[in-house]
Design a protein around this ligand. Sequence first.
Ligand code: NIG
Ligand code: FE
Length: 415
Amino acid sequence: MKLLANSSQIITVNTDGKNCKRGNELANIGMLTEHAIVIENDVIKDLIPNSSIKNPSRYDIIDVQDKVILPGLVECHTHAAFAGSRANEFKLRLQGKSYEDIAKSGGGIISTVSAVRNSSLNELVKLLIPRVKYFISQGITTIEIKSGYGLDLENEIKLLEAIKKLKSLFTIDIIPTFLGAHTYPPEFKDNYKGYLDLIAQKMLPQIAEKKLARFCDAFCERTAFSSKDVEVIFTKAEELGFHLRLHSEQFHNIGGLELALTHEAVSVDHLEVMTDKQIFKLAAFDIVAVLLPGVSFFLNYEFAPARKLIDNNAIVALSTDYNPGSSHISNLNLIMSIAAIKMEMTIEEIISSVTINAAKAVLMNHEVGSIEIGKKADFAVFNAQDYSEIIYTIGKNLNTMTIKNGRIIYQADEF
Ligand code: NIG
Ligand code: FE
């Protein structure tokens, strides 16, 4: 048996077994002091007061030296599987060109697609390894990674195979999502139906058969897929047993959210331009609103209505959306601080949004996302006296130890 001992605070994100936080529940993060965590067989066995530890030699002790323990963080929305760089587009944007204009003139997602098609499976894996390591160094123990830069059968499968390879290299939970409906590839620019058929008849069935993805995602946007197009994809994906997520209401309101609700999607992501009416609608469903403030910051446009969503009882999660074009940010700590300052979320709400609610967005909330008995022994140990310092210290990683399934998988040089 192991004992995680000598913390300044343990932030349990306790849910009383509900495994999710809605509305004002996000503010309740269950802080314990003078307690230790008992770990047995990779899972959390108990949370005990220090005063009750009569025989410490029974345990294999992990001494966290007066630091703050959080549940292992969950990064629930990334496009980390990409090749190439879009720094040139960043330069153009600084000169006043918009993200959508760049996409319309053949840049954007399509330029990353070319880079991915020109990379081998091994090259992609090599690119991904340091990215995953960086996430782990931040205390992240569960991560979702999407395909979406292959946009043909061979290359979408290559991306998902690269993600699968990572699962054999790391012990953290890696959740693969198929995003073949990211945008229409150039070879189908005059034949949208042809691409929808390819997704529905070839990609989805083969990916399901090879068990390469748990989720099917799509980008519902004027420059990408209409809600009617997404309907075709979702209908087939459901039939094959995929769980659904949707990029929706990012730039234009074209019916994505309503479609996601009809299909009982697990999450709707982005929501920068959602209306008040849609906030009330969403809040009545068991669906996670995944907010990605790094995109609003990176592209310099409006932020999603986090405050209104929480005040109206929605389930809110946060993520980096790490990708080369709209959020070249893989620092979840920075995202948390942006959420505090630009979306008026409280520190406690932010912590719930990167733990239990992010876990729900990838359907891992019964196993991870809070420090509750029976859950995986996944922890992030922050060099702080109080949890608020984690978010107050903007852009700097205060995580000094990452524990997955009860084992230390990362420790900072200066612990
Ligand atoms: O989540 N919205 C669509 N997809 C990504 C951007 C991808 C890219 O620009 O490469 C996003 O913002
Ligand atoms: Fe995204």
